[in-house]
Write a protein that binds this ligand. Structure first.
Ligand SMILES: C[S@@+](CC[C@H](N)C(=O)[O-])C[C@H]1O[C@@H](n2cnc3c(N)ncnc32)[C@H](O)[C@@H]1O
Length: 174
């Protein structure tokens, strides 16, 4: 899972401001929600999202984050899994495990990820996602897609303007 890459990345980096995706999501999250910041990285979005409810970071590659995996959450049943730039950083098996974890607990999903057509990167895992396949998986797992958009301009980083998808998926079983 590229642990070395991400550990070095965060060790060398100054804290970042909340991401554009966090700003986009925050005003759409109901107050008092329990949110998981999945693959929180340096926790740039965690505190910001905690302003609307409680937000628990899950991150295996940052020593400061107590919860390294979803399995560490015990019986907690969150309302929302927030995942910025997570799904393209893992392989498809891990993606399926996380989606199954959410579906079993009826956890809504807010995600932003790189899609086919964006630039590959050979320094670490960047699995460009087929957005149609991802939506079909969500629907098959009992989700209703409430918001979906793809394009550039969502999140420019140091001269890079990645091709991304944004999705809000609500568990129909909730
Ligand atoms: C592109 S970074 C995104 C970080 C943060 N969400 C952000 O937007 O700044 C991808 C993150 O996925 C994390 N990651 C990789 N594999 C993971 C896994 N199996 N479970 C949880 N996090 C993982 C990495 O450690 C890294 O922090």
């Amino acid at each position: 899972m590229n642990s070395e890459y991400w550990q070095k990345y965060y060790a060398d980096k100054k804290p970042q401001k909340p991401s554009p995706f966090a700003k986009f999501c925050r005003r759409r999250i109901p107050k008092e929600s329990i949110i998981i910041d999945m693959a929180a990285g340096d926790m740039r979005d965690t505190e910001y999202l905690a302003e609307v409810g409680s937000c628990i970071p899950v991150e295996p590659n940052n020593e400061e984050v107590h919860c390294k995996a979803l399995s560490g959450l015990g019986r907690l049943r969150p309302d929302i899994l927030y995942a910025r730039w997570f799904f393209h950083a893992i392989d498809e098996e891990e993606e399926d495990r996380v989606l199954a974890w959410c579906a079993e607990r009826r956890v809504d999903i807010m995600a932003e990820y790189r899609i086919i057509g964006d630039k590959p990167d050979d320094t670490h895992t960047r699995r460009l996602i087929d957005p149609e396949v991802f939506l079909k998986k969500l629907e098959a797992k009992g989700y209703e897609v409430k918001y979906y958009a793809t394009g550039r301009g969502f999140s420019k980083v140091r001269g890079d303007d990645p091709l991304l998808a944004r999705v809000f998926a609500k568990s129909k079983r909730r």
